[in-house]
Ligand binder design. Sequence first.
Ligand SMILES: *[C@@H]1O[C@H](CO)[C@@H](O)[C@H](O)[C@H]1NC(C)=O
Ligand SMILES: *[C@@H]1O[C@H](CO)[C@@H](O)[C@H](O)[C@H]1NC(C)=O
Ligand SMILES: *[C@@H]1O[C@H](CO)[C@@H](O)[C@H](O)[C@H]1NC(C)=O
Ligand SMILES: *[C@@H]1O[C@H](CO)[C@@H](O)[C@H](O)[C@H]1NC(C)=O
Ligand SMILES: *[C@@H]1O[C@H](CO)[C@@H](O)[C@H](O)[C@H]1NC(C)=O
Ligand SMILES: *[C@@H]1O[C@H](CO)[C@@H](O)[C@H](O)[C@H]1NC(C)=O
Ligand SMILES: *[C@@H]1O[C@H](CO)[C@@H](O)[C@H](O)[C@H]1NC(C)=O
Ligand SMILES: *[C@@H]1O[C@H](CO)[C@@H](O)[C@H](O)[C@H]1NC(C)=O
Ligand SMILES: *[C@@H]1O[C@H](CO)[C@@H](O)[C@H](O)[C@H]1NC(C)=O
Ligand SMILES: *[C@@H]1O[C@H](CO)[C@@H](O)[C@H](O)[C@H]1NC(C)=O
Ligand SMILES: *[C@@H]1O[C@H](CO)[C@@H](O)[C@H](O)[C@H]1NC(C)=O
Ligand SMILES: *[C@@H]1O[C@H](CO)[C@@H](O)[C@H](O)[C@H]1NC(C)=O
Length: 624
Amino acid sequence: MITIILLFLAGHSWFGASANIPFTSGSTDEVALLAFKAKITRDPYNILETNWKEGTSFCNWIGVTCGHKHRRVTALNLSSTGLKGTIAKEVGDLSFLVSLDISNNYFQGYIPEQLGNLKRLRGLYMQLNELSGQIPQTFGFLTRIQELVLYNNSLTGPIPPAIFNLSSFQVIDLMYNFLEGTLPTDICNNLPNMESLNVSHNQLGGQIPSSFSRCSEIKFLALSHNEFTGSIPGTFGNLSKLEQLYLGYNNLTGELPKAIFNISALRILTAQFNNISGSLPHDICKQTPHLEDLLLFVNLLDGQIPSSISYCQSLQQFSLAYNNISGSIPAELGNMSALQYLYLGANNLTGEFPFNTFNVSSLRAIDLAENRFSGSLPKDVCFRHPNLGYISLSDNNFTGGVPAEFWNLTGLQHLDLSNNNLTGEVPFNLFNLSLLEDFEAMGNKFSGSLPQDLCFRFPKLRTFAIERNQFHGQIPSSISQCTSLDTLDLASNNFIGTVPGDVGKNMSMLRNLVICYNNFAGVIPPSIGNMSRLLILCLTSNRFSGKIPPELGQLPRLEGVFIEGNQITGRIPPELGQSSSLGRLFFRSNNLTGEIPPSIFNISTLRELHLSGNQLSGNLPPIT
Ligand SMILES: *[C@@H]1O[C@H](CO)[C@@H](O)[C@H](O)[C@H]1NC(C)=O
Ligand SMILES: *[C@@H]1O[C@H](CO)[C@@H](O)[C@H](O)[C@H]1NC(C)=O
Ligand SMILES: *[C@@H]1O[C@H](CO)[C@@H](O)[C@H](O)[C@H]1NC(C)=O
Ligand SMILES: *[C@@H]1O[C@H](CO)[C@@H](O)[C@H](O)[C@H]1NC(C)=O
Ligand SMILES: *[C@@H]1O[C@H](CO)[C@@H](O)[C@H](O)[C@H]1NC(C)=O
Ligand SMILES: *[C@@H]1O[C@H](CO)[C@@H](O)[C@H](O)[C@H]1NC(C)=O
Ligand SMILES: *[C@@H]1O[C@H](CO)[C@@H](O)[C@H](O)[C@H]1NC(C)=O
Ligand SMILES: *[C@@H]1O[C@H](CO)[C@@H](O)[C@H](O)[C@H]1NC(C)=O
Ligand SMILES: *[C@@H]1O[C@H](CO)[C@@H](O)[C@H](O)[C@H]1NC(C)=O
Ligand SMILES: *[C@@H]1O[C@H](CO)[C@@H](O)[C@H](O)[C@H]1NC(C)=O
Ligand SMILES: *[C@@H]1O[C@H](CO)[C@@H](O)[C@H](O)[C@H]1NC(C)=O
Ligand SMILES: *[C@@H]1O[C@H](CO)[C@@H](O)[C@H](O)[C@H]1NC(C)=O
């Protein structure tokens, strides 16, 4: 209790502490506070229950601050006290109130319109509650309001345009509500002091008003995650103090105004997931040296990456992924000493990536996937990128081998080399990447075998996908030690040998076991029945013999069993009929005998059943 009291005594600089002036009962303020208390239905720390007692001086009640002289309530702060209930309309009678903070509680219901009577109110904080209904029109009368913070509620309806006429405003944060309608076209005509406006994560639409340019003091503007349409006003370029501009996840079209890149204060510009077209200005970054985040992924941008990007020496996150950027990478990108995240995937980039001059030790993630890059992989990456955790180079035309130096990236968690033109042996045994989670190298021309101790070297492995290569040898005996493995995809290689009998022992996370199109032989280990999350089992086109393990019928999520083109004998186990998840059974071209167990036709999820090319007998059940 002591800590809570101390917390509340630490008031805001706007008000003095309460003085010891004799107390008068029955005043307007006391009535209003008791009305507030009466609407509280839950008070888990008994703050109001034990402390807010009629007949004691309300100026000493927890959360209440009074003025020095007049002994009227100037601040009410019950933030984070676990209170539940509705807001009493009598709070609007606390006519000396300067600050009202009931944030981070469980208040429900509407915001009473009587709060519009609080003529002296400068700060209203009701964020992180469960308030619904509209923002009262009467808020247009709060002529001294500086901060209105209502984020994370369930407010609906339009934002009353009158609030944008309150020239005292500095901060408006309405993020995470369900507000709809448009912003007034003259939004900033009377907001000379506005510093931060956040309406992200609502359902606002219409165009972004060009009058934003009149909010000349604005530093933070967040319009993201709404339904704004039209183009980004070029007049934004007048906002010389703008530091952070969030425009992502709307329906914006047209070009990025060049003038935005004239705002030298700009640190964050995000406009991802829109339909923005055009190209980046050729002199980008010359006027915005402080830019830290430039996120433009999933748009319609074309043109090239300007070499002047390197003037953004503070750039940490740079994403142009999923656009139509073409040309080659300017060598200057390699000088960006603060860069941490470089996402250029799914564009039309060509030429060689300047790996050899790419001297960015801060780099954490690089995504070049789905472009038309060529050339060979970098050599001395290890020293230059000690923090590198994520590399995706898939779907390009990289050639040559995987340099041994690659394996000294001790922080590497994700490596995707799939669908390139890479050759040679992967030097798996050169280093221990103890953090590696995803290794994907599908669709290359890799050869060689897997080390026996694969799963000791890569203990965190989640995805190991090397299908469509020329690997040979056996499944490593350590495979059952890959206890985090989700996907094992060895399909379409030249693997031989048997599947280790204990494969299912510890691999309870495995969802995809895909080893089709190889030369595996032996039986299907019954221990697969322990892989309780297994979704897909693909053994097609191998030389498996023996029986279908009845244990497969127990796997609660198993969706597809593909064992075509093997030498499986015996009966189809009737236990498969117990499954409530199987959708596809591909048993074609084996040596299955006996009758088709009728239970198979009880599997309500079954969509495809392929049994041709066996020696099955008996009748099919009537089609229902
Ligand atoms: C209300 O009290 C909390 C906890 O002491 C404090 O963090 C917050 O800034 C206060 N609110 C106002 C508006 O002063
Ligand atoms: C605010 O709401 C969003 C969406 O419901 C949620 O993801 C976020 O965690 C909430 N913020 C806080 C601080 O609770
Ligand atoms: C804002 O103020 C102007 C001038 O005082 C007035 O003409 C306009 O109607 C007001 N707008 C709203 C929405 O109250
Ligand atoms: C709203 O956006 C501003 C920046 O524009 C940011 O400072 C603020 O934290 C955001 N509000 C929330 C609830 O995240
Ligand atoms: C924006 O700035 C230009 C000059 O840079 C000026 O001509 C224009 O009036 C300004 N626009 C607004 C809306 O302030
Ligand atoms: C975005 O615009 C496209 C076409 O202009 C339209 O089909 C789509 O419904 C719009 N989406 C939203 C959320 O307004
Ligand atoms: C950017 O600023 C420069 C110098 O202040 C000015 O000459 C140029 O016209 C501005 N560009 C845009 C697009 O506003
Ligand atoms: C990629 O760029 C080439 C020219 O370099 C162009 O011919 C091709 O149409 C572009 N591809 C796409 C999908 O835009
Ligand atoms: C792979 O490289 C060969 C020759 O080096 C080339 O003919 C072929 O087109 C390349 N394949 C792809 C998918 O780029
Ligand atoms: C891939 O690179 C090889 C060797 O540089 C080249 O011969 C081939 O044409 C390239 N393939 C494509 C599709 O660009
Ligand atoms: C990897 O690092 C070790 C020591 O950290 C060093 O001895 C070895 O030469 C490096 N290997 C490669 C291929 O760079
Ligand atoms: C299937 O069994 C028959 C006789 O039982 C045998 O002749 C044949 O080779 C077997 N086929 C395969 C693909 O194993």
